[in-house]
Every structure is written in structure tokens, then in C-alpha cells.
Design a protein around this ligand. Structure first.
Ligand SMILES: [Zn+2]
Length: 458
């Protein structure tokens, strides 16, 4: 067997343990592991990871690469370049593109676009709307890893299905053997508060936070948990933003619902107080909340109740984003390139999170949520050879001017970081090394593992 790459002398990190080992890679998968120096193989290329930590490739469970249709904000080439430069090897791309990812033909279309230019691997989600419930099983055959439904108004103005249709969708998702995730905000509560705040003349950043209270999130989680309990469908909550939401998730899990969730760096490390200084730059749906929620969400990542880190990378142009009137500012900002640095800085190096806990939240958790484990999310023989290699001592400053997406402005600008990815390996190819993009765009769509009877049958 020809060994393409051997990663030597590093410390391997899994969700359970850390240990010194060498890892051999051939044909894009791990083929052998052994104690340092024990693998007697000739490799085309050797990476010396002495002093470094070798994690299963980081999976960002929530990105908007805007392709097709909104390429002026981002495209799969630029978004995936930012991803690998930040240490991310796989992304889950959201379906609110133009056109939306809502039929098997549109899944194929997005797959071909992405495979022509993506530096990282990617999973696609199918959109669920009032009109396309008959398309959900066919989309599973086309290879989606799951589905997304918007319960409240957000970017793209995609209306939620009515509850009757949503229950039909739950049955189809169950038949497909996949998971459906929700943008969980009660629309009526938000619309009502928005009208009131606007009528009162409020245009300040905090008005956005007040218009979308935690209760709107909790209510949506409660209702989707109820549907999931009755139909037996696996569900997911995107971008969890509140302690109250996490408590509601605990309640449904205790009643037997298979419910996963994710949160992002801005919810963990920023708060409504930062809205006062950052204003429109920090506008996001759902909003960052009062101090206290972030600690609870971060603790959820530490103890595993929050399954994964997902950035909701959602770039817009500066003109779309920056307005003095908060209602005119669009929600979202870049995140895929900075998440590893932020969690190493404010989590691992701050002593609040161990590296195995980080590996679970950043890689294994998202892989399990979307049915990709153990092909992704772990370093073991037979798995895809995706690695994020970390130097915990490397320092830097978050600087949009030196980032690699199309619109890199983000609310963490100027933060000093300690710890970052120094190499990104995607199925055996070193794509990023020491801050240089050295690989080719050979990213491929990843399909769910056998958990899905429909996907397994094709
Ligand atoms: Zn999103």
C-alpha cells in the first residue's frame, strides 16, 4: 500500500482521551495508527506534528455560503477557503440560497456548484416549506444530511409551513431516516414586539434584542418537541441562544425525544451589552442575550448537552449590514474562519474546556447530529482522513482584512487570540499549512451513513 501522508509525533485528541500517536493516510482515509515511531511505512509526505494537537477535522454545522444566487456575499470557493484557513474541514450548508435547496434537482445543482470549487467537504440540508413536503424523501435520495425549516421570519423571507403541513413533514422526515432542524423563533411574538418598538420610535441596537425575547425561542422549541414526541421524528435546534431554550431541550430529552442542538461563538462569548458598542455589526437572528445565557450555553458545550459548535457564518456586504437604524441592518456576519481561534482562546486556553471536550463539540458532535459519524468526526482506521492540527501557543489578532471570505467583517474584530489551526487536512490532502492555502479545491458532498434507510438504499 502506498502511504500518501503520515502525521508524526503529535498528540491525538478524541472526545475521550489524548495520546501520542502517528497516523498514516492513504486514498483519503486513515489506514494505520501506532505509537510514535512504530509505523514502519514509507510515506510520500510526512507532517511533523511535534508539540501540536491533532484533532478530527472540525465540522462547522451551520454556514451560509450563499451559492447559488447570492455570490456577491459569498460563494462556495470563497466560503470554503475561509473555512480551511480557519481549520474547518467540513461544513453543513444552509438551504436558503437562490433558488432554495428544496427539490432533488436543486440539491444536485448545488452539489455540482460546490464540488467545482470547494476546498472543504460539505453536507447539504433540504429546505422544508408549505409546498414541498412531497420532495423530502426524494431529497434524501439526492443525498441531503437533513432538513431545515424556518419557524420565524429571517433572511430570505421564507415563510413557515402551517402546523398541519409541518406534521406531514415530520412524517416524511421520519420515513427518510433523517433529522429536521429548526430556526426556532415564534414569529407572532416577534412581529408583535417589532411593531410596538417601531411605533415607539425605537431604532437603537437593543430594540432588536427586545423584539426577539428568549421566550420566542423557548416556545418554538416546546412546540417542535411536542410534534417530535408524537410523530417520533429526530429534531435539531439551530443556533440555540438562551439558557431557557436549553432547559426546554432538557425537558424533551427527558421525555424521550431525540433532540440535538448547536450554539455559536457569539452566543457564548458576547452579550446584549456588546450590542451597545457593536450595534448593527452584532445584529443576528436570534440575537445575543443578556449576560448569563452565554455561560450556560458554553457550559452546555462542556457537558455535552449542547451537541456542537456552529458559527451560522452568514456574510453580507458592509452596506447591507451597517445602518444607524437597527431595523435597516441585515442580520448575520462571518464566522467560519474564526471559530477555532475563539474557542481555543476563551475556552481551552482559558481553562474552561478541555481539548477532548472541544473535539466533541467541534467535530464528533456535529458528525453524530447529521449522521456522518464515524466517517467524519473521529480519527480511526477507515474514517475520512480529515484533521485539524492545532498550535495552542500561537497568538494573533482577529483582523477582517487578513481573512479569506468575500465579506469578513465580524463582531470579534480586534480580539487577541491564543491558539489556532496550523494545518487543515481534508481527506488526506493538506489544504492549509502555516496560514498558507496550499491545497486544491477537491471538496466533496458527504452523505449520511446507514442511519438513513432511504440514503442507504441508493
Ligand atoms: Zn443560519
Amino acid at each position: 500500500m502506498t502511504i500518501a501522508l503520515i502525521v508524526k509525533n503529535g498528540t491525538i485528541v478524541s472526545s475521550e482521551a489524548m495520546y501520542r500517536a502517528d497516523v498514516a493516510i492513504a486514498d483519503g482515509t486513515f489506514v494505520a495508527m501506532g505509537e510514535p515511531g512504530a509505523l514502519q511505512v514509507q510515506a510520500d509526505e510526512t507532517y511533523d506534528a511535534a508539540g501540536l494537537y491533532v484533532l478530527p477535522g472540525v465540522i462547522d454545522g451551520h454556514v451560509h455560503f450563499r451559492d447559488p444566487g447570492l455570490e456577491y456575499k459569498e460563494d462556495f470557493g470563497s466560503g470554503s477557503r475561509a473555512a480551511v484557513m480557519g481549520g474547518v474541514t467540513t461544513v453543513i450548508d444552509m438551504p436558503n440560497t437562490l433558488p432554495t435547496t428544496s427539490t432533488p434537482e436543486l440539491v444536485d445543482q448545488k452539489r455540482l456548484i460546490a464540488e467545482s470549487k470547494s476546498y472543504c467537504d460539505f453536507g447539504l440540508l433540504g429546505l422544508v416549506v408549505q409546498e414541498n413536503v412531497d420532495q423530502l424523501v426524494p431529497m434524501a435520495r439526492a443525498g441531503v444530511v437533513g432538513y431545515k425549516c424556518f419557524l420565524g421570519e429571517t433572511i430570505g423571507n421564507i415563510p413557515a409551513p402551517d402546523d398541519g403541513m409541518l406534521l406531514d413533514a415530520f412524517r416524511q422526515v421520519k420515513a427518510a431516516g433523517l433529522r429536521i432542524g429548526f430556526h426556532a423563533e415564534n414569529n407572532q411574538i416577534m412581529q408583535h414586539l417589532m411593531r410596538k418598538l417601531k411605533a415607539a420610535g425605537r431604532t437603537d441596537p437593543l430594540a432588536h434584542v427586545e423584539a426577539r425575547p428568549a421566550l420566542a425561542e423557548v416556545e418554538a422549541i416546546q412546540r417542535m418537541g411536542l410534534f417530535a414526541k408524537h410523530i417520533g421524528t429526530r429534531i435539531h435546534i439551530f443556533h440555540l441562544s438562551s439558557r431557557d431554550g436549553l432547559e426546554m431541550i432538557d425537558e424533551w430529552r427527558a421525555k424521550g425525544v431525540d433532540l440535538t442542538c448547536e450554539t455559536g461563538p457569539h452566543y457564548c462569548f458576547l452579550s446584549a451589552d456588546d450590542m451597545r458598542t457593536l450595534g448593527a455589526m452584532l445584529r443576528m437572528n436570534p440575537p445575543v442575550r443578556e449576560p448569563g445565557h452565554g455561560e450556560a450555553l458554553f457550559q452546555g458545550l462542556v457537558d455535552g448537552r449542547v451537541n456542537g459548535i456552529a458559527t451560522d457564518h452568514s456574510p453580507h456586504t458592509r452596506a447591507e449590514k451597517m445602518h444607524d437604524d437597527i431595523w435597516q441592518a441585515i442580520s448575520g456576519f462571518a464566522g467560519v474562519e474564526t471559530s477555532v481561534r475563539l474557542f481555543l482562546t476563551y475556552g481551552v486556553n482559558a481553562g474552561r474546556m478541555s481539548l477532548p471536550q472541544y473535539a466533541r463539540a467541534a467535530s464528533e458532535g456535529p458528525a453524530r447530529t447529521w449522521g456522518l459519524y464515524p466517517r467524519k468526526g473521529t480519527i480511526q482506521v477507515g474514517s475520512d482522513a480529515d484533521l485539524t492540527i492545532l498550535d495552542l501557543r500561537k497568538t494573533g489578532v482577529i483582523d477582517a482584512a487578513r481573512m479569506h471570505g468575500k465579506n469578513n467583517h465580524n463582531p470579534f474584530e480586534g480580539h487577541r487570540t491564543t491558539g489556532e489551526a496550523v494545518a487543515t487536512v481534508v481527506r488526506g490532502q493538506i489544504v492549509m499549512r502555516n496560514g498558507e492555502l496550499i491545497g486544491q479545491p477537491r471538496g466533496r458532498m458527504v452523505r449520511p451513513q446507514a442511519a438513513s434507510p432511504v440514503a442507504a438504499a441508493v
